[in-house]
Unconditional design. Structure first.
Length: 94
């Protein structure tokens, strides 16, 4: 790894947080920044289909039960409306 030196202007709370994490994690302040950036990058990466399905299987659903129920009701109504429209349209063509 080629080291790069850089300068940031940070507020006191952030500086204190970096110093505190350096003590907790037993690393340098630069190590805290590297670790935090790596974690943020990993969390920000979009999930693939297989990863998304796996997270749903273990209960990582980003909606409440009420939101899921409402979404399910809406989607069923939309599918019914689409099916009815297709039936009407197929009757007009024949």
């Amino acid at each position: 790894m080629v080291p790069y030196r850089t300068t940031f202007s940070l507020d006191q709370a952030t500086v204190s947080g970096i110093r505190e994490l350096a003590l907790i994690w037993e690393t340098s302040q630069a190590g805290v920044i590297r670790r935090a950036v790596a974690q943020a990058k990993a969390q920000s990466a979009p999930m693939g289909v297989q990863e998304a399905l796996a997270s749903y299987r273990v209960g990582a659903v980003p909606r409440t039960l009420a939101e899921l129920a409402e979404l399910t009701t809406t989607m069923r109504a939309d599918r019914r409306a689409d099916a009815q429209a297709r039936e009407r349209d197929s009757g007009k063509q024949g």
